[in-house]
Design a protein around this ligand. Structure first.
Ligand code: DC
Length: 662
């Protein structure tokens, strides 16, 4: 997908379980690989940057295994990497590139480290200079001071002092500190200039200590790794949720009602970015915190206020503040953010350009950005959501944080397009699904044939003003398109290709295929039978998955069909399974047919339903089944209106905000 369109939204609330922290995941992996003994790492983040680290470790002879889900087992080398010659491709993963450079420089081997073109524009000279002081042999293969790098075997000096500059990236100091225990004689590191992003060094020191290496330090100037220290596995370690990723959800709660709760980080977190919550609070948001959760909501009865903040301690989460500034009264100034310029992209320039597309006034400097939204300046002015320029197409510069930050703009009540949304894979592949779950709750409705699910679902959507997805119609359209193209209904691959590019559209109750009305055609007996066949191919289901998920847009979606609550929207906050006895369903179908002036026999219909139920429940792929967390509604003795009222009442209880206008 080249872009993702976000519909205008006004309200966000709900809960999000966070993915594992990137910073902690990649540090744990490296420490576990260098340690003595085996480490079980639980809740590891699964994303591009972590994959680069995992691939590198494998290439370096490390024996790691994925157990279940996000749980990994790493057998440590008990010192430097066993493989002494390797070529590593590290993408754009700074958290892999820098620490591996240091660890390999002290591993007495011959290595080449490369990345994507942007990685080759991100400076690494400060780290190389520091490692050279220890005797490391590191050469620049491209531009002086930048990757790619070649490392050659070299004797490393025992003990001694190393100086490293602290102003460009704290990752250089992190890399150095994590590698130094490989040099059994220890060393002292002196930081030159101001050390930025100190909380990240805190994470490094805490995690090293978990692996048995206690660094002594004198403020933020001098760090001593005592001699004879070796990493030892602590057994099992847990990765906290990612505090930088939490910032987008908390911001959504603060700018659009809320409350939004994130789970996986909180008061006990070791990540500096949890302090983002304090910044929101300073802007007037209502914030609560528990040991491992944080909740944010909009200021009671008021709007957020601009702030002036030194963001040196949380450069990543600070990007989110630049977008929150659009929703605040006054001009927000974020200072001491020079490091933004050497991240995934020049983030100050990128941020300024894209904020302007939304109508913001932006001033940028070498190390600051100031943002305000015109029309929001005058205190007490009537809220002017329209000051957001609609239909901005946001470029994301292959920077996951740009994509995530700017998704918030749709909460200004305008449609927003996010170009290249896949760049979020760097740290948070499921980001947009989780984000949309806060703005667009899904009501999943399923049930057996003739249970009335289609009628009920469409009416519930209408009453709530929600979007409506008739997923069965998609399978029927695939069957229709296949029949028209002469594709055999047992050719799974050809059917999947049709499903991938299906030219289908739903417009105001009409169902179109190739621009032509197909509402009646897809209800034919041939299409019903065909749909049931094509729906049994996993490749067809997979091809329709992204398309179905794209129907989730603010203010919400009623999704009807087989696997809506299990596969497509497993996080749907309300799932309903409609049932009715086969006799009642046969009677309804009979009445429908007679009303249409068609002849029908109730006994034949009953037998058909029994057979179809049996077939649907028994099939291997997406069988007809009530999800464990779905609510059962037996409609045998109910009218359609009664069933609809029952569902709306459930919505009122679960999603009071969504039901407010029904
Ligand atoms: O709900 P319906 O009768 O329009 O569905 C048509 C066919 O597609 C039916 O055989 C069930 C199948 N289907 C499915 O497998 N998964 C869905 N999400 C929706 C329908």
């Amino acid at each position: 997908m080249e872009y993702l369109d976000l519909a205008p939204a006004y309200h966000a609330s709900g809960r999000v379980r966070l993915p594992g922290s990137k910073s902690i995941s990649n540090r744990f992996l490296l420490l576990a690989a260098l340690a003595e003994g085996e480490t079980a790492i639980r809740d590891l983040l699964l994303s591009d940057d972590i994959e680069r680290m995992l691939e590198a470790l494998k290439a370096l002879g490390n024996d790691w295994k994925r157990m279940e889900g996000n749980d990994f087992r790493v057998r440590g080398a008990g010192g430097a990497f066993p493989v002494k010659q390797a070529e590593l491709f590290l993408g754009n993963a700074g958290t892999a590139f820098r620490p591996l450079t240091a660890a390999l420089a002290l591993s007495n081997g011959h290595y080449r480290l490369t990345g994507v073109p942007r990685m080759h524009e991100r400076p690494i000279g400060d780290l190389v200079d520091a490692l050279r002081q220890l005797g490391a042999d590191i050469r620049y293969l491209g531009k002086e001071g930048f990757p790619p790098l070649e490392i050659r075997p070299a004797p490393i000096l025992a003990g001694g002092r190393v100086t490293v500059r602290g102003e460009a990236s704290s990752q250089f100091l992190t890399a150095l500190l994590m590698a130094l225990p490989l040099n059994g004689d220890g060393a002292t590191v002196e930081v030159l200039g101001e050390l930025i992003s100190k909380p990240y060094i805190d994470i490094t020191l805490k995690l090293m200590a978990r692996f048995g290496v206690k660094v002594e330090r004198d403020g933020w100037r001098e760090f001593r790794v005592p001699s004879g220290m070796r990493y030892r596995s602590p057994g099992t370690v847990f990765v906290e949720g990612d505090a930088s990723s939490a910032s987008y959800f908390l911001a959504a709660g603060a700018v659009a009602g809320g409350p939004v709760r994130v789970e996986g980080v909180g008061r006990d977190s070791i990540q500096g970015d949890v302090r983002f919550a304090e910044a929101l609070q300073a802007m007037g948001a209502h914030v609560e915190m528990g040991p491992n959760w944080i909740e944010a909501a909009a200021p009671a009865g008021g709007r957020l206020q601009a702030i002036d903040l030194d963001c040196n301690h949380m450069p990543d989460a600070a990007m989110t503040l630049a977008v929150v500034a659009l929703f605040a009264e006054g001009t927000t100034r974020l200072t001491n953010i020079a490091s933004w310029r050497v991240k995934e992209t020049d983030r100050i320039a990128a941020m300024a350009t894209e904020l302007r597309k939304l109508g913001a006034q932006v001033e940028e400097g070498a190390d600051f950005i100031a943002v305000s939204m015109p029309g929001r300046e005058a205190p007490g002015a009537v809220p002017q959501r329209l000051s957001f320029k609609p239909n901005a197409a946001i470029d994301t510069y292959d920077d996951h944080r740009m994509a995530m930050c700017f998704s918030l703009a749709c909460l200004g009540g305008v449609p927003v397009r996010i170009n290249d949304p896949k760049c979020v894979n760097k740290t948070f592949p499921e980001y947009f699904d989780r984000f949309l779950s806060l703005l667009a709750p899904v009501i999943a409705i399923d049930g057996p044939s003739a249970s009335g699910k289609g009628t009920v679902a469409a009416l519930v959507a209408e009453k709530l003003g929600f979007h409506y997805l008739d997923s069965g119609a998609l399978y029927r359209l695939v069957a229709l398109a296949a029949l028209r193209a002469g594709v055999a209904l047992d050719d799974g691959e050809a059917l999947a290709r049709i499903a991938e590019t299906l030219p289908a559209a739903f417009e105001g109750g009409r169902i179109l295929l190739d621009g032509e009305e197909a509402s009646a055609a897809i209800r034919s007996e041939a299409c019903s039978a065909g749909a049931s066949k094509v729906a049994a191919f996993p490749a067809v289901r997979a091809a329709l998955l992204g398309r179905q998920r794209a129907y989730r847009q603010a203010p919400g979606l009623v999704a009807e069909g087989r696997d809506m609550g299990s596969v497509v929207f497993p996080d749907a906050p309300l799932k309903v399974f409609l049932s009715a006895t086969a006799e009642a369903r046969a009677e309804r179908r009979h009445k429908q047919l007679i009303d249409k002036g068609m002849s029908a026999n109730i006994d034949t219909l009953l037998q058909d339903l029994h057979e179809r139920d049996a077939r649907d429940s028994a099939r291997a792929v997406a069988p007809l089944q009530k999800c464990a967390d779905a609510e059962l509604l037996d409609t045998t003795a109910m009218t359609v209106d009664e069933a609809v009222a029952w569902v709306i009442e459930r919505v009122r209880q679960r999603l009071p905000h969504a039901a407010a206008h029904s």
